[in-house]
Design a protein around this ligand. Structure first.
Ligand SMILES: [Zn+2]
Length: 261
């Protein structure tokens, strides 16, 4: 099995003042080092920084290194114990997808689930855990969803790809998700951030496991040691040294043998 490294940015900050320069720098760095990345964009941020996002999309839209997907409109919670009613979730994602269509000229097919910090109760182990969560997945499928975090009971969502055939959606890929930089970098919960994350990548490589890396635009830009994305370059270089193939989420979707069996 080839080991895949899935680097993503949950791109969600609305503040132009805080985020000025981030998208340009990300394009420059990811191109210079040929690092594939998926940008799950929260569309309230797209709206607030529309010129930036339009310029970003213009620059990357024909470049397979960059994959633009969705992170809701208002950072709303899918697949939680409690959480908003399905019709409220639907309205949020409909609004978000419409903004993607207007600004990027393209409807997203991928969503990364938002962390809502306990506001919606605990995150469920899977969309198959409650009837409401099943209804949420059905609703998202109806909006054209084709890829989302691996969230099925019994599936290790931090390592494994899956699909949602047992829930009636064989066309939807589940992707591994984990290692949020809000934990290991922003809050430095594991000691030195770089020692920790490079160590984790090595440990995964030794287990022959896929490696997801969840970055955030505001952490990578405002909470990192510099504004050159040096940490991202080091992480990508290390992953390659350990034999990882770096990929976007949409590239994984195109490789059905990974998730559709
Ligand atoms: Zn988020």
């Amino acid at each position: 099995m080839k080991r895949l490294f899935l680097l993503r940015y949950d791109t969600e900050r609305s503040s132009q003042e805080q985020m000025a320069g981030f998208l340009e720098k990300a394009v420059a760095v990811h191109r210079a080092d040929q690092i594939p990345a998926t940008f799950f964009c929260r569309s309230a941020a797209v709206e607030a920084r529309e010129d930036d996002f339009r310029a970003f999309d213009e620059t990357v839209k024909d470049d397979p290194l960059f994959d633009i997907q969705d992170h809701s409109y208002s950072h709303i919670g899918l697949c939680y114990e409690a959480g908003s009613p399905v019709d409220v979730l639907k309205a949020d994602y409909e609004k978000s997808f419409a903004i993607h269509e207007r600004v990027f000229g393209k409807r997203p097919i991928g969503v990364s689930i938002c962390g809502t910090s306990g506001k919606d109760g605990a995150g469920l182990k899977g969309f198959d855990e409650t009837d409401k969560a099943r209804a949420e997945l059905d609703m998202m499928a109806g909006l054209g969803l084709r890829m989302i975090n691996s969230k099925r009971v019994g599936v290790n969502g931090s390592c494994e790809f899956t699909n949602y055939a047992p829930l009636g959606h064989p066309e939807i890929m589940g992707f591994p998700s984990g290692y949020s930089d809000t934990g290991w970098m922003y809050r430095a919960e594991q000691g030195d951030p770089m020692d920790y994350i490079l160590g984790q990548i090595k440990e995964r490589a030794e287990r022959d496991a896929h490696m997801p890396l969840m970055l955030h635009d505001w952490v990578a830009w405002n909470e990192a040691p510099d504004k050159e994305l040096t940490h991202v370059r080091r992480i990508a270089e290390w992953a390659r040294q350990l034999g990882y193939e770096l990929v976007t989420h949409i590239a994984c979707y195109g490789e059905k043998s990974l998730w559709a069996s």
